[in-house]
Design a protein around this ligand. Structure first.
Ligand code: ACO
Length: 325
């Protein structure tokens, strides 16, 4: 029995030009390169320029993904953009991307699930494609977290960076087997009991301000590995696969210690883990497509590879996706 699958046609990414190193941060606040690298694995992050918005990063990533796929923007009929740092409260940043690409048909909307935003956006687009509602989707994760950081809070400002990544998905008929190309399964979870452990202390309805990111770092750390591995076991169970079948593990790039501990618990060897947190920091919803893009460009992720994605973030929200490239 055949199955409709969302197959990846291409991916792309964009990073703002300006790089902020740990040493530069240490010159401004009471921190050190050694502390940041030891606790997080982060060495540098990119920071959007004055006047450079989330939509600008997203548009550049989208254009790179379209070029990689070798398709015309006009063939896209769905845009789902994961972000917690939109250009404006409304309209959605996705419509700015849609307009810049000259697309006047189909639908475009934002989705907010913080660091899990890309997995939630991918799963949403996949669901629409499989119902037949849309044919080709542009799924983007784009953030300018530098704009919501308290640059005097050394416990948070050293962790995050700006960037964007995108993938193009197309609904295709596949044989309906584990060897199918495309998204094989996605699993999404949320638990609002943890909503104050990682949040922004402002918003249009509460304070009429944008606010700053606040986090209980240890609490996030404590829950992360368990939540991540649970939802990956769900993906294995749904597809009859095991960690041994995975060619590439592309996790949300929050913190090297969380990634290492998750991979270790899953018995995924380090050489199968794609790591970009050292160069990008935590770019929230953008981190997975940014990492994917690096691993595709350098030839690691190839057609037919089984790729495991996961993320966990504010809410808490968490999720996994298993796909064959
Ligand atoms: N530089 C130097 N010292 C620092 C810094 C810093 N940037 N930040 C905190 N410290 C100090 C603290 O003040 C504290 O000092 P004290 O002992 O004198 O009070 C000491 O370092 C230890 O602080 P902790 O917060 O307990 O440090 P911890 O080892 O937990 O590391 C960290 C903090 C890196 C934030 C860790 O908790 C963590 O990685 N948590 C996960 C958070 C995360 O990744 N969030 C991303 C968003 S969620 C997601 O994407 C999964």
């Amino acid at each position: 029995m055949t199955a409709t699958r969302s197959v990846v046609l291409g991916c792309g990414s964009y990073l703002p030009q300006q790089i902020l190193t740990n040493a530069e941060l240490a010159a401004r606040i009471d921190t050190s390169d050694e502390w940041i690298v030891q606790r997080t694995g982060i060495r540098q992050r990119h920071i959007a320029a004055e006047g450079e918005f989330t939509s600008h990063l997203a548009i550049n990533a989208a254009r790179a993904a379209l070029a990689d796929a070798g398709i015309d923007a006009q063939s896209i009929d769905l845009i789902v953009l994961g972000t917690s740092t939109p250009d404006h409260t409304f309209p959605a940043t996705a419509v700015a991307v849609q307009a810049a690409l000259g697309i006047h048909h189909g639908a475009a909307f934002d989705l907010q699930a913080v660091c899990s935003g890309f997995i939630f956006a991918l799963s949403t687009a996949d669901s629409f494609l499989r119902t037949g509602a849309f044919k080709r989707a542009l799924v983007i994760g784009a953030e300018t977290f530098s704009r919501i950081l308290d640059w005097n809070d050394r416990g948070t400002c050293v962790l995050f960076g700006d960037g964007a990544g995108a993938v193009i998905l197309e609904a295709q008929q596949q044989p309906g087997e584990a060897s199918d190309r495309g998204i094989l399964t996605t699993h999404l979870r949320s638990d609002g009991r943890h909503k104050t452990k990682l949040y922004v202390d402002g918003g249009p309805s509460s304070t009429r301000t944008v606010g700053y990111l606040r986090m209980e770092g240890r609490e996030v750390f404590k829950h992360a590995v368990g939540m991540i591995t649970d939802v990956i076991y769900d993906a294995f169970k749904a597809t009859g696969t095991t960690a041994e079948d995975i060619d590439w593990f592309v996790p949300h790039q929050a913190n090297k210690r969380i990634i290492d501990a998750s991979a270790h618990k899953l018995h995924i060897p380090p050489h199968k883990v794609v790591l970009t947190v050292d160069l990008h920091g935590n770019t929230s919803a953008a981190s997975i497509p940014l990492a994917l893009s690096v691993a595709v460009k350098d030839g690691r992720v190839k057609k037919g590879d089984l790729v495991l994605l996961e993320a966990m973030g504010g809410g808490f929200t968490w999720g996994s996706a298993l796909l064959r490239w």
